[in-house]
Design a binder for this molecule. Structure first.
Ligand code: HEC
Length: 144
């Protein structure tokens, strides 16, 4: 069995963003979080960091949250769109399953590609390949 800390700091590349004592680099990244119901831009969209910086490249970036006590802080994501810990972690690895049970509005259907394109390249280095590793990673998160 691979050590759970190695999954977080090694294969999972989680500490590329969730680093330091508080497990956050306090920087802004995009994991392509789907829109919630409220936002200050057109049609209730939330463009994230770019609402403030006005830079196109900052669109859909949000500050990395601390993971301390994370198993007790659901819902997840800045807008609470993820109901479960395994759901938000899986979304980092692969956003597709999230949409299986989601009732997408036409607006989201035609717009989500823009958000997906903002997804940080850092997420492409994650190397969690099986259920056992995924579950061990979740167990590690529950100890924080
Ligand atoms: C590219 C930087 C980055 C990497 C790498 C990353 N995360 Fe995240 N993570 C984020 C950001 C940014 C959010 C918040 C997204 C939002 O608010 O919509 C987040 C949210 C989370 C959350 C939800 C926390 C909350 O309170 O809402 C968990 C749990 C989490 N990440 C775990 C992980 C794990 C486990 C890994 C490794 C497999 C990982 N992250 C890798 C940037 C990253």
């Amino acid at each position: 069995m691979i050590k759970a800390t190695f999954l977080f700091y090694g294969k999972g590349r989680c500490a590329a963003c969730h680093s330091g004592d508080l497990l956050s680099d306090f920087k802004f990244h995009s994991i392509a979080t789907p829109q919630g119901k409220f936002g200050v831009s057109v049609d209730g969209q939330d463009l994230g960091r770019s609402e403030i910086s006005l830079r196109y490249g900052d669109r859909f970036k949000f500050k990395t949250p601390s993971l301390l006590d994370v198993s007790n802080t659901k819902p997840y994501g800045h807008n609470g769109v993820f109901n479960s810990l395994d759901g938000v972690v899986l979304f980092h690895l692969n956003p597709i399953p999230f949409f299986k049970d989601r009732d997408m509005s036409k607006g989201e259907l035609y717009n989500y590609g823009r958000i997906l394109a903002s997804r940080s390249e850092l997420l492409s280095y994650i190397e969690i390949f099986d259920e056992e590793e995924f579950q061990n990673l979740l167990e590690f998160l529950k100890t924080l």
